[in-house]
Design a protein around this ligand. Structure first.
Ligand SMILES: Cc1cc2nc3c(=O)[nH]c(=O)nc-3n(C[C@H](O)[C@H](O)[C@H](O)COP(=O)(O)OP(=O)(O)OC[C@H]3O[C@@H](n4cnc5c(N)ncnc54)[C@H](O)[C@@H]3O)c2cc1C
Length: 546
């Protein structure tokens, strides 16, 4: 019998197990992960080989439900099955995001522990910041996760200065440190490759002293009388129990955590009964509120590829180029509020200037430009990696579209119905159109853009779009090529499903600790937030045990 039983050895599960053990070695901790231990896997260490993991046996290979607002087609949404979860495949962006988003989260749940300042000690605790002279009020220097910037890794790409000038046409400033809660502007991308190698969660948060079961799928949480969690049942029928004063923690990620709660009879009675599951806890919000970032890739033909400006060109080489992505800048931008307000009002009716998306200004768009042309098939294009083309990318950071996770069957091995409901609101359409127009203007209407590219590679069957593209034409492009940035969250949201201490409402001895608890989107990529959530969860649990 365990003191602490954690379901899901992904990013959050590993951090939590490791920290609880480090601080209280006498606890018996059982961590159960559906996938394998990947420590010696061939394609883990080299970030460039992550592409081999898509579609592999480490990939849950989720397909969403047909997306009503994306031409009725489903989307591939990768999630990883393996000890360390998403950190096995993620692209290494170490992006804390905007303090205002965390403050909105804390306000929504009325709990300052989840504000930016509430999470700051945990951002710092997870981090080994690359610059020893950075602000110690904002950064940690002894944490397990080593970060690196473009400069600190020694990369100097040929287009660095040109692209800085290009982005500055958006009226944005250069920002020395975007990971201090104030990211708006143009900053060097920060990644968590250590000397060019991936650090999966379990390699930096040791699990010695934690009992780990890999290749083990959990079917459901066992609830006793008065809805007290007592343990879990595995897909093979075995049971693992907790001590009478122990607890079960679900860290199965934003797709599987709600599925597991639902399989355990915690959810919406009407939906559960459709799958023959008796409701133990009437908690209709389980699986609702799925939010995810939608992004669009665009591809551009270089005017002077012979200068060796992009990956694939024999002359695109320099010291340390392989130590991270072929990119210099990460750009975070607000958009003008008056037209945004008009879009919000189409969705919500009259709103005041105090509306959360209008105040701030919030970080509505994230953008970057890569010296490479990869994944062009997402836009129906075949572009060789020969140095002739580059790509841009942008995502809507604060989408208002919400989707859901529901059970497709009572089989724990079956994927749930994942319906992110992308691009459903006028607000999201407006933000994504703004991003599209910004990129078009940069490329076709600035001296640097005109010198940089000849034209865009247009997806087959769609019109070439210039400065005069209409809303409808841009929508057509996004409906065709929009896809996830792999940031699902919110499906066991704090406030509705769990409380500020991460306890599932209506159940005793049961918590959720992973991206599912993030109640609303953050203008970031979610690993930094998930590391901090798990770090804070460990402190909350330890304080109760003390
Ligand atoms: C392709 C890709 C690229 C990404 N790039 C970035 C990036 O560059 N920067 C960034 O910040 N973020 C990135 N992310 C997102 C980030 O990795 C995730 O937000 C983060 O890993 C989520 O952590 P989690 O603990 O919530 O879930 P996960 O890390 O997904 O962990 C959940 C774990 O639970 C296990 N599990 C599920 N169900 C069961 C069950 N029934 N029984 C037992 N185990 C179970 C799973 O196998 C998995 O290991 C990326 C994600 C992907 C997929």
């Amino acid at each position: 019998m365990a003191d602490i039983l954690i379901v899901g050895g992904g990013t959050a599960g590993v951090v939590l197990a490791s920290r609880l053990h480090q601080n209280k070695p006498e606890l018996s901790i059982l961590l159960i992960e559906a996938g394998p231990d990947v420590t010696n896997h061939a394609h883990i260490s080299n970030p460039a080989e992550a592409a081999f993991l898509h579609g592999s046996d480490l990939d849950w290979m989720y397909m969403t439900a047909p997306q009503k607002h994306l031409n009725g087609l489903p989307r591939y949404n990768c999630a990883i099955k393996g000890l360390s979860g998403g950190t096995i495949i993620n692209t290494g962006g170490w992006i804390r995001g905007d303090a205002l988003d965390y403050d909105e989260w804390a306000k929504q749940v009325n709990d300052p522990r989840w504000s930016y300042n509430g999470l700051l000690p945990y951002f710092k605790r997870s981090e080994h910041h690359f610059d020893p002279n950075a602000d110690p009020a904002q950064h940690g220097f002894d944490g397990p996760m080593h970060t690196a910037s473009i400069s600190s890794s020694g990369r100097k790409f040929p287009l660095r200065d040109t692209i800085l000038k290009l982005w500055s046409h958006l009226g944005l400033k250069y920002v020395l440190d975007a990971n201090n809660g104030h990211p708006q502007g143009i900053a060097e991308l920060v990644e968590n490759w250590r000397d060019g190698k991936r650090q999966i969660a379990s390699s930096v948060y040791p699990l010695d002293g934690v009992k780990v079961l890999t290749d083990t799928l959990v079917r459901r949480i066992l609830l006793g009388s008065e809805n007290v969690a007592e343990g879990v049942e595995l897909a093979n029928g075995e049971k693992h129990m907790i001590k009478p004063d122990g607890q079960v923690i679900v860290s199965a990620g934003a797709y599987r955590t709600p599925q597991l709660l639902q399989l355990s009879g915690i959810g919406d009675p009407a939906q559960l009964s459709q799958r023959g599951i008796e409701t133990s806890v009437n908690l209709p919000e389980v699986g609702k509120n799925l939010h995810d970032h939608l992004m669009l890739f665009r591809y551009w033909k270089l005017r002077h590829p012979e200068k060796g400006l992009a990956l694939g060109s024999p002359s695109f080489s320099g010291p340390n180029f392989e130590k991270g992505g072929p990119v210099d800048w990460l750009v975070t931008a607000p958009i003008p509020t008056a037209p945004l307000k008009a879009a919000i009002e189409k969705d919500e009716g009259p709103v005041s200037d105090d509306h959360a998306l209008l105040k701030g200004p919030r970080s509505h768009l994230e953008m970057n430009l890569l010296y490479a042309a990869v994944a062009a098939e997402t836009q129906g294009l075949q572009i060789p990696l020969d140095g002739n083309s580059i790509m841009t990318y942008y995502m809507g950071c604060l989408p208002t579209s919400r989707g859901s996770i529901t059970l497709a069957s009572s089989d724990p091995a079956a994927q749930p119905v994942i319906d992110p409901n992308y691009y459903a609101t006028e607000t999201d359409k407006h933000v994504m159109r703004e991003g599209f127009r910004m990129h078009t203007r940069l490329m076709y209407d600035t001296p640097e853009g005109k010198e940089l590219v000849v034209e865009e590679h247009t997806p087959p069957g769609l019109p070439t779009l210039g400065l005069d593209a209409s809303d409808e034409q841009i929508d057509e492009r996004i409906k065709f090529g929009g896809s996830t940035v792999f940031h699902p969250g919110g499906t066991a949201a704090m406030g509705s499903v769990v409380d500020g201490s991460l306890k599932v409402k209506g159940v005793q001895r049961l918590r959720v600790v992973d991206a599912s608890v993030i109640p609303q989107p953050l203008a970031s990529h979610y690993q930094v937030a998930v590391y901090a959530i798990a770090e804070q969860a460990a402190d909350i649990i330890l304080s109760e045990l003390a």
